[in-house]
Design a protein around this ligand. Structure first.
Ligand SMILES: N[C@@H]1[C@@H](O)[C@H](O)[C@@H](COP(=O)(O)O)O[C@@H]1O
Length: 262
């Protein structure tokens, strides 16, 4: 894919480079283009790169855009994901590993893919995956922001900006679990697992480049708090403002409450 879309607004909020697009399709294509440029730049400098991907409906347009890009040497990419439910059946479509296989890994074939297994003993799985993550630097993380401001599954009540862990077991708050139902991932609240494994906030912030992709009107208050609120665990994504290289892609719907202009 060669053409891209232009943002309707560009801004800088502390460390965040913000780009607002007319709609989620244009946002996804533009984010995919920017990630591709970064991947090619890094692959021209080193043999392998390590990337972490988010698994959520919010990422679909971006992942479609990324799989449509030509000329990326995915064989030299090691891929991780950032969270997984605990206790879903192996064939459950809601598993984030299943989502990423379907929407990314089946199309681009990274050289290595490390999946989190939410059916293993959670603390053993945390140790295993933490070791893999720690075995080298993370170059690029592609993430979303939840309705409650979470990044990965660091909901406000478990978010810790100084977390000593690389990855941890968390209890999911009700807002987060309700979002999964509203997003169409589960039929009812009782079906949504109460616990998950997630990369912690310091692990996410340790990546060289962050590409954060946040479409849709349900994200209006999270986007507003991320950009204009205090930097606090009440909105975990607000910490992105302290990262030296964070690109935030939103659509007009997600941005609307930040100013009245749109
Ligand atoms: N599993 C997902 C992540 O991968 C995603 O980045 C985050 C934000 O998700 P969403 O953009 O759907 O609100 O929520 C969950 O943690």
């Amino acid at each position: 894919m060669s053409s891209t879309f232009q943002p309707i607004k560009v801004d800088k909020v502390d460390g965040i480079n913000l780009q607002v697009f007319d709609n989620r399709y244009e946002m996804g294509v533009a984010a995919a283009k920017a990630v591709t440029v970064k991947m090619k730049e890094l692959l021209s400098q080193k043999e392998r790169i390590r990337m972490v991907f988010a698994a959520a409906p919010s990422q679909i347009e971006f992942l479609r855009g990324l799989t449509a890009e030509d000329g990326l040497d995915w064989k030299r990419v090691t891929a991780f994901h950032m969270d997984e439910y605990i206790g879903l059946l192996e064939d459950a479509p809601q598993r984030f590993s299943t989502f990423l296989k379907k929407n990314l890994f089946m199309h681009v074939l990274p050289g290595e893919v490390h999946l989190i297994d939410g059916s293993k003993n959670p603390s053993d799985e945390c140790h295993r995956y933490s070791r893999l993550l720690r075995s080298g630097p993370i170059d690029i993380i592609c993430l979303g922001i939840g309705e409650n401001g979470h990044i990965a599954f660091n909901d406000p009540h478990v978010a810790n900006f100084q977390d000593p862990e690389v990855m941890k077991v968390v209890h999911l708050d009700e807002a987060c679990r309700k979002q999964q139902v509203n997003d169409g991932c589960f039929k009812q609240l009782d079906d949504v697992p109460t616990h998950a494994l997630t990369l912690t906030i310091p692990t996410l912030l340790d990546a060289e480049s962050l590409f954060c992709i946040v479409p849709g009107e349900t994200k209006q208050s999270a986007v507003k708090s991320t950009l204009l609120g205090s930097i606090s665990t009440e909105c975990p994504a607000s910490i992105l403002r302290t990262h030296p290289n964070c690109q935030l892609y939103v659509d007009r719907d997600a941005y609307r409450r930040v100013t009245d202009v749109y």
